[in-house]
Design a protein around this ligand. Structure first.
Ligand SMILES: C[S@@+](CC[C@H](N)C(=O)[O-])C[C@H]1O[C@@H](n2cnc3c(N)ncnc32)[C@H](O)[C@@H]1O
Length: 272
């Protein structure tokens, strides 16, 4: 996705992300951070900084953030927008443009109290998660991974092809997304839990589903179009049927009667 369209998508989803995230789990992981000043946080795949905007007021202490992404334009936007968040709490924000394909950069983890990545884990491979757990353990950092798609979604009113499209979309999630091999996709939270438990962490999970109401039209439209696109990529012979399904789903959105739930989990881990 081009930076402009990814930035637009991230901005469109930010309110839904913020409403969906587990405040209990956020409080729990913050409660396990050392009483350091500043708290040092690493945000992987930071995009335009939505995770920072959610977490910084809740950390309620001086913070030093390192935002890492392979897209410098998203990071520039994140830095610009972080200046506003800094009004509320002392905040130092550094950015680093880096391809996180292997996580072969121990220096970005060094001295971090918290390692976080929001809406990222379904794109990464199980091996990437293994490495992330080892890096966090090496520096004694806690981890917080919010908004991992878990493969469960539900649309009302229902259409006959909903299940077929969901299954194709979930298969598509297992393609290589450029983060260490075949992506964990809907299994990301299970996989993260296994990797962090194996590395000696205590792991806790909470659901963080998007519950999209009829007035969230633009987000629904882009979401459904993305599902249709992924489904056709895997089943080109179903192009006409999927286009027809898409037209019916979009008509529900236009008519203001479409409700969509998209299943996510938040995962947190800390050393006992
Ligand atoms: C779904 S977005 C999530 C962004 C942000 N964490 C949020 O919650 O809004 C995934 C982010 O990962 C970044 N990303 C994807 N592949 C990457 C890679 N190989 N190396 C570094 N960043 C990557 C993208 O540029 C994008 O900003």
């Amino acid at each position: 996705m081009a930076a402009e369209s990814l930035s637009g998508w991230l901005s469109l989803r930010e309110a839904a992300d913020s409403a969906a995230r587990s405040s209990d789990l956020t409080r729990a992981v913050i409660g396990h951070l050392p009483r350091a000043s500043p708290i040092r946080i690493l945000d992987l795949g930071a995009g335009t900084g939505s995770n920072l905007r959610y977490l910084s007021p809740r950390l309620a202490a001086p913070q030093q953030w390192l935002l890492v992404d392979h897209d410098p334009r998203l990071l520039e936007e994140a830095k610009r927008r972080a200046a506003t968040a800094a009004d509320a709490v002392p905040l130092e924000v550094d950015t680093r443009t880096m391809n996180l394909v292997t996580l072969d950069h121990p220096e970005i983890f060094s001295d971090r109290h918290l390692v976080t990545a929001s809406a990222l884990l379904d794109l990464v491979s199980p091996r990437w998660l293994d490495t992330a757990a080892a890096r966090c353990r090496d520096v004694g950092a806690a981890a917080l991974f919010p908004l991992n798609y878990n493969g469960r979604s539900h649309c009302t009113p229902a259409e006959p092809e909903d299940e077929e499209v969901r299954a194709l979309m979930n298969r598509h999630q297992h393609s290589d997304k450029g983060l260490g091999g075949v992506a964990a996709g809907p299994d990301a939270s299970d996989c993260a839990e296994r990797c962090f438990v194996a590395a000696g962490f205590h792991v806790r999970r909470e659901t963080s589903d998007w519950v999209l109401e009829p007035d969230q039209r633009e987000l629904q439209v882009q979401l459904i179009q993305g599902w249709a696109h992924a489904a056709v990529e895997l089943a080109p012979e179903r192009r006409t049927a999927i286009a027809d399904w898409l037209a019916r789903r979009l008509a529900h959105v236009t008519a203001g009667r479409s409700h969509i739930v998209v299943g996510h989990d938040d995962v947190a881990a800390w050393l006992p």
